[in-house]
Design a protein around this ligand. Structure first.
Ligand code: F6R
Length: 622
């Protein structure tokens, strides 16, 4: 979703802001803008629709905007179409149709999130003589700040906190005030925002990769806090305007981790980083051959007491939950429900103190997952977050946190974070099984030994990529694809189907193989591609039969199965073999050919693999 950046220091702001915005492109956007001020001079605003290079061209790569303090924004439209006038920054004064130029305003701002009661606030401001040039909720927020600032003749921090009390919804705001030439004021509620500092410079951004090139010292501004950002110095305040301290965190991962490193796309790079992401995640959870979850704070006693697990997530993270359900129920014998966060938050699901709610999220900022976490806490459940981004809101608010070690994931379509989440869930299942005496110590050791072989086996699957590249070149014009499987293979199918459709724009569906004949099979016609996931021994023949039902109606069949299962070739048209492992861990291997199929199909169709249309990496609105 929208990306926010800010800079104040001794260098020219615009080139830095453009560079930082380029590192937030993965979040998804449809227009962009900058506001830069030069000492006491008013802010100059420039905006452009489309890709960031339009804004860079319009500002001569930032050189045309003089000044050492500024804010920037990439907008993912929510209120109002993607036009120049709706693009941020927005200002408290009136703007020309283009919304650009030197603007006679006291306040200029950028915003990420949604202000739910913006109509009511807009009416209030209209009554007080304000006029509006855009359709955005952001213009309302900026003008509301201006209103309190002038009405009560208070400082920026107090004006902002007054607004925060009035605004319903989510926001990360960065604002510049005419009377405070080299300062930026920021506020946050449920939308991500970080502040980086160096000796004499300060930076704001929606995410760490945007500023990693400039500093590794980062403050994670807390929910409902305000920051006053001066060159090299940041002060934080709570809603009462009282100063609070926010620790400085050193980012330890390398800036290169957020670069393409010779790969054509981030997605391909991240697919190849999966063995490492899995190894790092396992190493952080298994010490000296024993599972060690002390850092999560989950005690053995708590695990023994669990009566029900609810896994709540969105998209691919929800697919991890679907896979985890099979593994936890089978190994630990605990009943597991898997819920979409956007549904869970509005359902009255019975939850009690014996329920453990597990929120899975790469970004740790997904609005629906965060809301579900809060609902679960309100209802008295213990909460565990499986999160990749350290210090993210979900990580901070959950009772217990288990970090995956995938490193920064830039491509919108998740791959390595998904794989890291899968093994984290496997470890959790084994740990629970051991503590609840469903598995002996020897069985636990054996399972851990098998998990440790996964990174090498994943590498072997990656070696098959040329075959998958060749196969996808044949299917670039396909209209519909069905991914089918039973049990854990169904969970893998769900992820394979999402990977395909989100980046190739080919319609695809995942079905529990046995369910196809209850309606969906009527969609199968000559050459419809049906991909069967066949990794579960007891379910293999059943799914092959369902695939044959499709073949006899004209379908073309691709099967993904384990090495040595050569009889599959009697039934399907094209086979992909993956190494054998314990059946519970098959998802980690079978998903890789599916990711590669989606990736190469998108490349063959000439699409923007890393930034598919309409999508955002971190979905911070409801
Ligand atoms: C798909 C994808 C999304 C995310 C979903 C949840 O490739 O990446 O479906 O899995 O938006 O995001 P997080 O994990 O950040 O909560």
């Amino acid at each position: 979703m929208c990306g926010i950046v800010g800079y104040t220091g001794h260098r020219q702001a615009a080139p830095i802001l453009l560079d930082s915005l380029s590192r937030l492109e993965y979040r998804g956007y449809d227009s962009a803008g900058l506001a830069v001020r030069n000492g006491t001079a008013l802010a100059e605003v420039v905006k452009a629709t489309g890709k960031l290079y339009h804004l860079a061209d319009k500002t001569d790569q930032g050189r045309a905007l003089a000044g050492c303090c500024g804010i920037g924004h990439t907008r993912w439209a929510t209120h109002g179409d993607p036009s120049v006038v709706n693009a941020h920054p927005h200002v408290s004064g009136n703007c020309s149709g283009s919304g650009s130029g030197t603007v006679e305003s006291d306040v200029a701002g950028v915003h990420n999130g949604i202000i739910e009661n913006y109509t009511e606030l807009k009416e209030k401001l209209l009554r007080h003589g304000y006029t509006f040039y855009s359709d955005t909720d952001t213009e309302v927020a900026v003008k509301l700040v201006d209103y309190y600032y002038k009405k009560y003749k208070i400082g920026p921090v107090d004006a902002i906190t007054r607004c925060m009390v009035r605004i319903r919804g989510s926001y990360a705001l960065a604002l510049m005030f005419k009377d405070y030439p080299d300062e930026i004021f920021a506020a946050r509620k449920d939308s991500p925002l970080i502040i980086g500092v160096d000796e004499k410079e300060s930076y704001l951004a929606s995410d760490v990769p945007a500023i990693l090139k400039y500093t590794r010292q980062v403050h994670y501004i807390g929910n409902l806090q305000v920051a006053r950002v001066a060159p090299g110095k940041v002060t934080f305040f709570d809603l009462n305007g009282d100063e609070v301290s926010v620790p400085l965190t050193e980012i330890t991962w390398d800036a290169e981790a957020a670069e393409k490193g010779g790969y054509e796309h981030f997605m391909l790079k991240e697919i190849h980083e999966q063995p490492q992401a899995v190894r790092d995640t396992l190493n952080s959870l298994v010490k000296d051959g024993q599972i060690d979850l002390t850092e999560t704070g989950l005690t053995d006693e708590m695990i023994r007491e669990i009566g029900q697990i609810d896994i709540v997530a969105c998209g691919s993270a929800w697919h991890v939950g679907m896979a985890a359900q099979y593994v936890i129920e089978d190994l630990a014998g605990i009943p597991v429900r898997v819920e979409l966060a956007s549904e869970f938050r509005y359902r009255n699901i019975p939850i009690d103190r014996k329920t453990l709610v597990i929120i899975i999220s790469q970004s740790g900022e997904t609005a629906d997952s965060l809301a579900a976490l809060r609902v679960a806490k309100e209802r008295g459940a213990a909460t565990l977050a499986i999160v990749n981004v350290i210090g993210s809101t979900i990580a901070r608010e959950a009772d217990h946190v288990l970090y995956t070690m995938a490193g920064p994931e830039i491509a919108v379509a998740t791959t390595k974070a998904y794989s890291a989440q899968l093994v984290a869930a496997d470890i959790l299942a084994i740990h629970m099984a051991g503590i609840r005496e469903k598995m002996t110590a020897d069985q636990v050791r054996e399972m851990l030994g098998e998990l440790a072989t996964l990174p090498d086996k994943m590498r072997r699957v990656l070696e098959e990529k040329e075959r998958l590249q060749w196969f996808s070149s044949k299917m670039a014009n396909t209209h519909d694809i069905f991914f089918i499987g039973r049990g854990l293979d169904y969970a893998i199918s769900l992820e394979g189907s999402l990977k395909m459709k989100e980046i190739s724009y080919i319609h695809s569906e995942a079905y529990a193989a046995g369910e196809l004949k209850h309606g969906t099979i009527s969609l199968i016609e000559n050459n419809t591609l049906v991909i069967g996931v066949l990794t579960q021994k007891e379910l293999y023949e059943k799914t092959v039969s369902n695939m044959m039902e499709c073949k006899s109606r004209g379908a073309y069949l691709l099967g993904i199965t384990t090495n040595g299962n050569f009889s599959v070739e009697d039934s399907v048209n094209f086979t992909v073999y993956i190494p054998k492992t314990d059946q519970h861990f098959m998802a980690s291997l079978a998903v890789i050919p599916l990711q590669l199929l989606g990736y190469y199909t998108s490349v063959n169709r000439g699409l923007d693999v890393d930034k598919p249309r309409n999508l955002a990496k971190s979905v911070t609105v409801e």
